[in-house]
Write a protein that binds this ligand. Structure first.
Ligand SMILES: *[C@@H]1O[C@H](CO)[C@@H](O)[C@H](O)[C@H]1NC(C)=O
Ligand SMILES: *[C@@H]1O[C@H](CO)[C@@H](O)[C@H](O)[C@H]1NC(C)=O
Length: 334
Protein backbone atom coordinates (compact mmCIF):
# COMPACT_ATOMS: atom_id res chain seq x y z
CA UNK A 1 0.00 0.00 0.00
CA UNK A 2 1.49 3.33 -0.92
CA UNK A 3 1.63 6.25 1.42
CA UNK A 4 -1.27 8.09 -0.12
CA UNK A 5 -3.78 5.27 -0.01
CA UNK A 6 -2.60 4.47 3.48
CA UNK A 7 -3.34 8.02 4.43
CA UNK A 8 -6.73 7.93 2.77
CA UNK A 9 -7.59 4.68 4.46
CA UNK A 10 -6.67 6.22 7.77
CA UNK A 11 -8.77 9.18 6.91
CA UNK A 12 -11.76 7.04 6.09
CA UNK A 13 -11.41 4.77 9.03
CA UNK A 14 -10.56 7.19 11.75
CA UNK A 15 -11.51 10.58 10.49
CA UNK A 16 -14.54 9.68 8.49
CA UNK A 17 -15.74 6.64 10.34
CA UNK A 18 -15.39 8.11 13.77
CA UNK A 19 -16.25 11.63 12.92
CA UNK A 20 -18.33 12.07 9.81
CA UNK A 21 -21.47 10.10 10.33
CA UNK A 22 -22.26 10.02 13.92
CA UNK A 23 -24.07 7.31 15.69
CA UNK A 24 -26.43 8.53 18.27
CA UNK A 25 -25.27 10.43 21.26
CA UNK A 26 -21.56 10.79 21.07
CA UNK A 27 -19.00 9.97 18.48
CA UNK A 28 -15.75 9.55 20.29
CA UNK A 29 -15.63 5.79 20.34
CA UNK A 30 -12.61 3.60 20.57
CA UNK A 31 -13.98 0.61 18.74
CA UNK A 32 -11.50 -1.76 17.24
CA UNK A 33 -11.24 -1.36 13.49
CA UNK A 34 -11.01 -4.31 11.17
CA UNK A 35 -8.95 -4.22 8.02
CA UNK A 36 -11.80 -2.59 6.12
CA UNK A 37 -11.75 0.36 8.45
CA UNK A 38 -15.04 -0.41 10.17
CA UNK A 39 -16.06 -1.74 13.55
CA UNK A 40 -16.01 -5.51 13.72
CA UNK A 41 -19.16 -6.51 11.81
CA UNK A 42 -19.04 -9.92 13.44
CA UNK A 43 -20.25 -8.13 16.53
CA UNK A 44 -23.44 -6.87 14.93
CA UNK A 45 -26.07 -8.06 17.36
CA UNK A 46 -29.73 -7.66 18.14
CA UNK A 47 -30.51 -6.07 21.52
CA UNK A 48 -34.27 -6.78 21.84
CA UNK A 49 -35.64 -3.39 20.83
CA UNK A 50 -38.07 -2.66 17.99
CA UNK A 51 -37.27 -1.91 14.35
CA UNK A 52 -39.36 0.49 12.28
CA UNK A 53 -41.91 -2.02 11.00
CA UNK A 54 -44.99 0.20 10.54
CA UNK A 55 -45.35 2.06 7.23
CA UNK A 56 -43.18 5.15 7.50
CA UNK A 57 -44.43 8.62 6.87
CA UNK A 58 -41.52 10.96 6.32
CA UNK A 59 -41.89 14.58 7.34
CA UNK A 60 -39.20 16.99 6.22
CA UNK A 61 -38.42 20.13 8.17
CA UNK A 62 -36.41 22.45 5.93
CA UNK A 63 -34.50 24.56 8.42
CA UNK A 64 -32.96 27.68 6.93
CA UNK A 65 -32.68 29.00 3.44
CA UNK A 66 -32.95 26.15 0.94
CA UNK A 67 -32.22 26.01 -2.78
CA UNK A 68 -35.30 24.62 -4.58
CA UNK A 69 -33.23 22.56 -6.98
CA UNK A 70 -31.58 20.89 -4.01
CA UNK A 71 -34.94 20.32 -2.35
CA UNK A 72 -36.23 18.59 -5.48
CA UNK A 73 -33.24 16.24 -5.55
CA UNK A 74 -33.83 15.26 -1.93
CA UNK A 75 -37.58 14.81 -2.46
CA UNK A 76 -36.97 12.58 -5.45
CA UNK A 77 -34.51 10.48 -3.48
CA UNK A 78 -36.98 9.98 -0.63
CA UNK A 79 -39.75 9.13 -3.12
CA UNK A 80 -37.44 6.55 -4.67
CA UNK A 81 -37.19 4.49 -1.48
CA UNK A 82 -40.56 2.85 -2.11
CA UNK A 83 -40.99 3.33 -5.85
CA UNK A 84 -40.02 1.14 -8.78
CA UNK A 85 -37.07 2.29 -10.88
CA UNK A 86 -34.64 0.53 -13.23
CA UNK A 87 -32.20 -1.90 -11.66
CA UNK A 88 -30.14 -1.19 -9.58
CA UNK A 89 -32.72 0.95 -7.80
CA UNK A 90 -32.98 2.86 -4.54
CA UNK A 91 -35.88 0.57 -3.52
CA UNK A 92 -33.68 -2.47 -4.12
CA UNK A 93 -31.04 -0.83 -1.95
CA UNK A 94 -33.64 -0.51 0.83
CA UNK A 95 -34.45 -4.25 0.55
CA UNK A 96 -31.19 -4.96 2.40
CA UNK A 97 -32.46 -2.85 5.30
CA UNK A 98 -35.68 -4.91 5.21
CA UNK A 99 -33.72 -8.04 6.09
CA UNK A 100 -33.63 -6.84 9.69
CA UNK A 101 -36.44 -7.87 12.01
CA UNK A 102 -37.18 -7.51 15.72
CA UNK A 103 -38.20 -10.00 18.39
CA UNK A 104 -41.84 -9.89 17.28
CA UNK A 105 -40.75 -11.16 13.88
CA UNK A 106 -41.59 -7.84 12.25
CA UNK A 107 -39.25 -6.71 9.48
CA UNK A 108 -38.33 -3.14 8.66
CA UNK A 109 -41.10 -1.70 6.48
CA UNK A 110 -40.96 -1.34 2.71
CA UNK A 111 -43.54 1.43 2.73
CA UNK A 112 -41.94 4.85 2.96
CA UNK A 113 -43.92 7.89 1.90
CA UNK A 114 -42.95 11.53 1.87
CA UNK A 115 -46.01 12.76 3.72
CA UNK A 116 -45.42 16.38 4.62
CA UNK A 117 -42.98 19.27 4.65
CA UNK A 118 -42.52 22.23 6.93
CA UNK A 119 -40.56 25.32 5.95
CA UNK A 120 -38.71 26.82 8.89
CA UNK A 121 -37.02 29.51 6.84
CA UNK A 122 -37.33 32.08 9.61
CA UNK A 123 -35.10 29.97 11.83
CA UNK A 124 -37.44 29.39 14.79
CA UNK A 125 -34.46 28.40 16.92
CA UNK A 126 -31.84 30.70 15.50
CA UNK A 127 -28.90 30.20 13.15
CA UNK A 128 -26.86 28.15 15.57
CA UNK A 129 -28.17 24.77 16.73
CA UNK A 130 -27.15 21.93 19.01
CA UNK A 131 -28.48 18.41 19.48
CA UNK A 132 -31.37 19.39 21.69
CA UNK A 133 -32.44 22.08 19.23
CA UNK A 134 -33.58 19.34 16.85
CA UNK A 135 -36.32 18.25 19.21
CA UNK A 136 -37.34 21.86 19.79
CA UNK A 137 -37.52 22.38 16.00
CA UNK A 138 -39.76 19.33 15.65
CA UNK A 139 -41.93 20.62 18.47
CA UNK A 140 -42.26 23.97 16.71
CA UNK A 141 -43.15 22.29 13.41
CA UNK A 142 -45.93 20.16 14.93
CA UNK A 143 -47.39 23.04 16.96
CA UNK A 144 -47.05 25.78 14.36
CA UNK A 145 -50.01 28.16 13.88
CA UNK A 146 -49.62 27.83 10.15
CA UNK A 147 -49.67 24.45 8.40
CA UNK A 148 -48.23 22.37 11.24
CA UNK A 149 -46.91 18.90 10.57
CA UNK A 150 -48.91 16.09 12.16
CA UNK A 151 -47.39 14.63 15.32
CA UNK A 152 -47.48 10.97 14.41
CA UNK A 153 -45.90 8.59 16.93
CA UNK A 154 -47.09 5.49 15.07
CA UNK A 155 -45.78 6.13 11.57
CA UNK A 156 -43.96 9.45 11.67
CA UNK A 157 -40.29 9.97 10.95
CA UNK A 158 -39.00 13.52 11.08
CA UNK A 159 -36.05 14.68 8.99
CA UNK A 160 -34.57 17.99 10.11
CA UNK A 161 -32.45 19.27 7.22
CA UNK A 162 -30.35 22.33 7.94
CA UNK A 163 -29.19 24.60 5.15
CA UNK A 164 -25.79 26.00 4.23
CA UNK A 165 -26.26 29.10 6.36
CA UNK A 166 -27.07 27.25 9.60
CA UNK A 167 -24.38 26.25 12.07
CA UNK A 168 -24.82 23.14 14.15
CA UNK A 169 -22.57 22.32 17.10
CA UNK A 170 -20.19 19.53 16.13
CA UNK A 171 -21.28 19.70 12.47
CA UNK A 172 -18.17 19.52 10.33
CA UNK A 173 -16.01 18.92 13.39
CA UNK A 174 -17.42 15.68 14.76
CA UNK A 175 -20.56 14.77 12.82
CA UNK A 176 -22.38 15.17 9.51
CA UNK A 177 -25.69 13.89 10.83
CA UNK A 178 -27.28 11.86 13.58
CA UNK A 179 -30.48 9.99 14.34
CA UNK A 180 -32.25 9.65 17.64
CA UNK A 181 -35.77 9.84 19.06
CA UNK A 182 -37.76 12.61 20.70
CA UNK A 183 -38.50 12.76 24.40
CA UNK A 184 -42.11 12.91 25.58
CA UNK A 185 -41.18 15.82 27.86
CA UNK A 186 -39.98 17.86 24.89
CA UNK A 187 -42.21 16.89 21.99
CA UNK A 188 -45.04 15.02 23.75
CA UNK A 189 -44.34 11.57 22.30
CA UNK A 190 -41.45 9.35 21.29
CA UNK A 191 -40.81 9.53 17.54
CA UNK A 192 -37.65 8.73 15.62
CA UNK A 193 -35.94 11.57 13.82
CA UNK A 194 -32.71 12.42 12.07
CA UNK A 195 -30.83 15.61 11.44
CA UNK A 196 -28.64 16.01 8.39
CA UNK A 197 -26.76 19.20 7.51
CA UNK A 198 -25.94 20.60 4.07
CA UNK A 199 -22.16 20.47 3.93
CA UNK A 200 -21.61 21.94 0.46
CA UNK A 201 -20.10 25.19 1.68
CA UNK A 202 -19.14 24.43 5.28
CA UNK A 203 -17.18 21.18 4.93
CA UNK A 204 -17.66 19.21 1.71
CA UNK A 205 -14.31 17.50 2.24
CA UNK A 206 -15.61 15.98 5.40
CA UNK A 207 -19.32 15.35 4.86
CA UNK A 208 -19.67 15.11 1.06
CA UNK A 209 -17.27 12.23 0.45
CA UNK A 210 -16.61 10.91 -2.20
CA UNK A 211 -17.45 14.04 -4.20
CA UNK A 212 -14.98 16.21 -2.29
CA UNK A 213 -11.74 15.61 -0.49
CA UNK A 214 -10.50 17.07 2.76
CA UNK A 215 -8.79 20.43 2.54
CA UNK A 216 -5.08 20.02 1.98
CA UNK A 217 -5.38 16.48 0.72
CA UNK A 218 -5.20 15.81 -2.99
CA UNK A 219 -7.58 13.18 -4.34
CA UNK A 220 -5.91 9.96 -5.41
CA UNK A 221 -4.73 9.85 -9.01
CA UNK A 222 -7.51 8.72 -11.38
CA UNK A 223 -5.83 5.45 -12.20
CA UNK A 224 -5.33 4.27 -8.62
CA UNK A 225 -7.48 1.40 -7.42
CA UNK A 226 -9.45 0.96 -10.60
CA UNK A 227 -9.79 4.42 -11.95
CA UNK A 228 -12.90 6.09 -10.56
CA UNK A 229 -11.54 7.94 -7.60
CA UNK A 230 -12.43 11.37 -8.83
CA UNK A 231 -16.16 11.28 -8.43
CA UNK A 232 -18.56 13.77 -9.97
CA UNK A 233 -21.94 14.17 -8.26
CA UNK A 234 -24.87 12.70 -10.24
CA UNK A 235 -27.24 15.58 -9.49
CA UNK A 236 -24.77 18.35 -10.04
CA UNK A 237 -24.11 19.50 -6.50
CA UNK A 238 -21.43 18.11 -4.24
CA UNK A 239 -23.28 19.17 -1.09
CA UNK A 240 -26.69 17.76 -1.94
CA UNK A 241 -25.40 14.57 -3.58
CA UNK A 242 -23.23 13.99 -0.53
CA UNK A 243 -26.18 14.67 1.70
CA UNK A 244 -28.31 12.05 -0.10
CA UNK A 245 -25.95 9.28 0.95
CA UNK A 246 -25.91 10.62 4.50
CA UNK A 247 -29.72 10.74 4.59
CA UNK A 248 -29.79 7.14 3.34
CA UNK A 249 -27.24 6.18 6.00
CA UNK A 250 -29.31 7.70 8.80
CA UNK A 251 -32.61 6.24 7.56
CA UNK A 252 -31.13 2.74 7.34
CA UNK A 253 -29.71 3.02 10.84
CA UNK A 254 -32.79 4.52 12.35
CA UNK A 255 -34.99 1.83 10.75
CA UNK A 256 -32.88 -0.92 12.33
CA UNK A 257 -32.02 0.86 15.58
CA UNK A 258 -34.65 3.56 16.16
CA UNK A 259 -34.50 3.58 19.95
CA UNK A 260 -30.81 2.71 20.06
CA UNK A 261 -31.60 -0.73 21.47
CA UNK A 262 -31.99 -2.99 18.41
CA UNK A 263 -29.28 -3.68 15.80
CA UNK A 264 -25.73 -2.47 16.41
CA UNK A 265 -22.20 -3.77 16.81
CA UNK A 266 -20.03 -3.22 19.84
CA UNK A 267 -20.76 -2.75 23.50
CA UNK A 268 -21.62 0.90 23.44
CA UNK A 269 -25.09 1.68 22.06
CA UNK A 270 -24.13 5.28 21.55
CA UNK A 271 -21.04 4.50 19.48
CA UNK A 272 -21.25 4.27 15.73
CA UNK A 273 -21.49 0.55 14.97
CA UNK A 274 -24.83 0.45 13.15
CA UNK A 275 -25.56 -1.19 9.80
CA UNK A 276 -24.44 1.77 7.68
CA UNK A 277 -21.42 2.64 9.84
CA UNK A 278 -20.07 -0.78 8.99
CA UNK A 279 -19.94 0.12 5.28
CA UNK A 280 -18.84 3.76 5.16
CA UNK A 281 -17.01 4.57 1.96
CA UNK A 282 -18.24 1.50 0.05
CA UNK A 283 -20.54 2.10 -2.93
CA UNK A 284 -19.78 -0.90 -5.14
CA UNK A 285 -17.99 -4.21 -5.45
CA UNK A 286 -14.38 -4.12 -4.35
CA UNK A 287 -14.94 -0.90 -2.42
CA UNK A 288 -13.07 -0.12 0.75
CA UNK A 289 -10.35 2.16 1.92
CA UNK A 290 -10.01 4.97 -0.57
CA UNK A 291 -11.79 3.13 -3.37
CA UNK A 292 -15.56 3.55 -3.65
CA UNK A 293 -15.94 0.29 -5.58
CA UNK A 294 -17.44 -0.45 -8.98
CA UNK A 295 -20.08 2.12 -9.81
CA UNK A 296 -21.55 3.42 -13.08
CA UNK A 297 -20.69 6.58 -14.95
CA UNK A 298 -23.21 8.55 -17.01
CA UNK A 299 -22.59 10.35 -20.29
CA UNK A 300 -21.59 13.51 -18.45
CA UNK A 301 -18.97 11.66 -16.43
CA UNK A 302 -20.88 11.64 -13.16
CA UNK A 303 -20.84 8.56 -10.99
CA UNK A 304 -23.87 6.79 -9.58
CA UNK A 305 -24.81 3.39 -8.24
CA UNK A 306 -28.61 3.60 -7.94
CA UNK A 307 -31.54 4.64 -10.10
CA UNK A 308 -34.50 6.50 -8.70
CA UNK A 309 -37.78 8.04 -9.82
CA UNK A 310 -37.98 10.46 -12.75
CA UNK A 311 -34.76 9.11 -14.26
CA UNK A 312 -32.75 10.33 -11.30
CA UNK A 313 -29.47 8.75 -10.34
CA UNK A 314 -27.90 8.66 -6.92
CA UNK A 315 -24.67 7.61 -5.32
CA UNK A 316 -25.45 5.92 -2.00
CA UNK A 317 -23.17 3.95 0.30
CA UNK A 318 -23.90 0.29 0.93
CA UNK A 319 -25.18 -1.21 4.19
CA UNK A 320 -24.42 -4.43 6.02
CA UNK A 321 -26.33 -7.44 4.72
CA UNK A 322 -26.99 -9.81 7.64
CA UNK A 323 -27.58 -12.82 5.37
CA UNK A 324 -24.51 -12.43 3.15
CA UNK A 325 -22.55 -11.09 6.11
CA UNK A 326 -20.93 -8.36 4.09
CA UNK A 327 -21.61 -4.86 2.81
CA UNK A 328 -24.01 -5.07 -0.07
CA UNK A 329 -26.03 -3.06 -2.56
CA UNK A 330 -28.07 -3.87 -5.67
CA UNK A 331 -25.20 -2.84 -7.96
CA UNK A 332 -23.01 -5.63 -6.54
CA UNK A 333 -21.22 -7.73 -9.15
CA UNK A 334 -21.77 -10.91 -7.14
C1 LIG B 1 -37.39 -10.48 7.33
O1 LIG B 1 -36.35 -10.78 8.26
C2 LIG B 1 -35.90 -12.11 8.21
C3 LIG B 1 -34.84 -12.22 9.29
O2 LIG B 1 -35.41 -12.15 10.53
C4 LIG B 1 -35.34 -12.44 6.87
O3 LIG B 1 -34.94 -13.79 6.84
C5 LIG B 1 -36.40 -12.19 5.80
O4 LIG B 1 -35.85 -12.40 4.52
C6 LIG B 1 -36.87 -10.75 5.92
N1 LIG B 1 -37.93 -10.47 4.95
C7 LIG B 1 -37.77 -9.60 3.98
C8 LIG B 1 -38.96 -9.37 3.10
O5 LIG B 1 -36.74 -9.00 3.77
C1 LIG C 1 -29.41 26.16 -6.72
O1 LIG C 1 -28.54 25.10 -7.00
C2 LIG C 1 -28.27 24.95 -8.38
C3 LIG C 1 -27.51 23.65 -8.57
O2 LIG C 1 -26.52 23.45 -7.61
C4 LIG C 1 -27.53 26.17 -8.87
O3 LIG C 1 -27.25 26.05 -10.26
C5 LIG C 1 -28.39 27.39 -8.63
O4 LIG C 1 -27.67 28.55 -8.98
C6 LIG C 1 -28.81 27.48 -7.17
N1 LIG C 1 -29.78 28.52 -7.02
C7 LIG C 1 -29.66 29.46 -6.12
C8 LIG C 1 -30.77 30.46 -6.07
O5 LIG C 1 -28.71 29.52 -5.36
Amino acid sequence: MDKLSCYVLLLLSSFCFHLCLSGNLNTGSNQALNSGGSPDPGKLEYHMGPVLASPLKLYIIWYGNWNQTHQDTIRDFLSSLSSPAPHPSVAEWWSTVRLYADQTGSNVTDSITLSGEFFDSKLSHGPRLNRLSMQAIIKSAVTSQSKPLPLDPRNGFYLVLSSADVLVDEFCRAVCAFHYFTFPATVGVIVPYAWIGYSGTQCPGMCAYPFAWPVGMPPPPPTANGGNNVIHPPNGDIGVDGMISVIAHELAESATNPLVNAWYAGDNPTAPGEIADLCIGTYGSGGGGAYVGQVSTDAAGSSYNLNGVKGRRFMVQWVWNPVKKRCFGPNAMD
